[in-house]
Design a protein around this ligand. Structure first.
Ligand code: F6R
Length: 234
C-alpha cells in the first residue's frame, strides 16, 4: 500500500485528482466511484480540471435499496450533483434502488462489472472499516449483493437524512470480490473518526472483521488520508 498523508481533506482533493489524471494517462477507461463525504474534494478538483470522461465508463459501488434515483438521498442523485452533471461519462452505472427483483438486479450489475473491468476504483471507508457496504464479517468472495447495514453505518449516514428512521436498512453493494479485481484502488479517509479504521486497515491483521484490511493483499492500492485520519498509525 502506498500511503499519502495530506494536511486536510481539501489538500487531499488535489492528490486524489492526480491519481485519476495519472490513471487516464495510463489508459484507464473504467472508473469505480463512491459517494459520501469523502470523495467530494476529489470530485471538485476533477470538475475544475480538463480531464475528459466522455469516452469513459463509471460504475458506482452502491445504492440504497428502495430509494428512487430521483430522490435527493439516492446515490444516483449525489453522483449527478457532484460529478456527472459537470463531467459526463459515456456510460454511468449504478444499481437501481427500485429494482423489482433484487436478485436479478445483482446479476445485472455483476454482468456490467464483468463486461467493463474496473481500471481505477475509488473507495471511502466506514468507521467500522467497511468498504462499499461490505460490513464486518462479510465474505471476501462476494460480488454485488444486497447488504444489511449495521447500526453503526445507519447512525453514521443519518446525518444526510431528516430522521435516523429514514435511513434505508439495506443497500446494493459491490462485493469485496468485485472490488479486489479492480486494477488500481484509491482509498480515501478523512477525519479523526476514521483513524481507528485506517490503523487497523494498514497495520492490523487481514480479517473479515476489518473488511478494508483485505486491501493489504491487493498489489496497487493508494491510501490517501489527512493528518487526523493518520493519527493512530504507529
Ligand atoms: C459510499 C460507500 C461507503 C462510504 C463510507 C464512508 O459509496 O461505499 O463505503 O465510502 O461509508 O462514508 P463517508 O465518506 O460519508 O464518511
Amino acid at each position: 500500500m502506498k500511503v499519502i498523508i495530506t494536511k486536510d481533506q481539501k489538500a487531499a482533493g488535489v492528490e486524489g485528482y492526480k491519481v485519476f489524471a495519472d490513471a487516464i494517462k495510463n489508459g484507464a477507461k473504467v472508473f469505480g466511484l463512491a459517494t459520501g463525504s469523502t470523495p467530494v474534494t476529489t470530485y471538485e478538483e476533477i470538475v475544475k480540471s480538463d480531464l475528459d470522461f466522455s469516452n469513459s465508463t463509471s460504475i458506482n459501488l452502491d445504492e440504497y435499496v428502495g430509494i428512487s434515483p430521483d430522490n435527493d438521498q439516492s446515490y444516483k442523485y449525489f453522483m449527478n450533483e457532484h460529478l456527472f452533471s459537470k463531467k459526463p461519462f459515456k456510460n454511468s452505472y449504478l444499481p437501481n434502488g427500485l429494482a423489482e427483483d433484487p436478485e436479478a438486479e445483482t446479476v445485472r450489475y455483476n454482468k456490467i462489472i464483468a463486461d467493463n473491468p474496473i481500471d481505477l476504483q475509488l473507495l471511502g471507508i466506514g468507521r467500522n472499516a467497511h468498504i462499499g457496504f461490505n460490513e464486518p464479517g462479510t465474505s471476501t468472495e462476494l460480488e454485488t449483493h444486497v447488504a444489511d447495514l449495521t447500526e453503526s453505518t445507519i447512525e453514521a449516514n443519518a446525518r444526510f437524512f431528516e430522521h435516523v428512521e429514514d435511513v434505508p436498512k439495506q443497500a446494493y453493494s459491490m462485493g469485496i470480490g468485485s472490488i479486489m479485481k479492480s486494477k488500481k484502488i484509491l482509498l480515501e479517509a478523512f477525519g479523526e473518526d476514521k483513524a481507528d479504521a485506517v490503523a487497523k486497515m494498514i497495520e492490523g491483521p487481514v480479517t473479515k472483521d476489518v473488511p478494508a484490511s483485505i486491501l493489504q493483499k491487493h498489489d496497487d492500492v493508494v491510501v490517501l488520508i489527512d493528518e487526523a485520519a493518520a493519527s493512530k498509525l504507529t
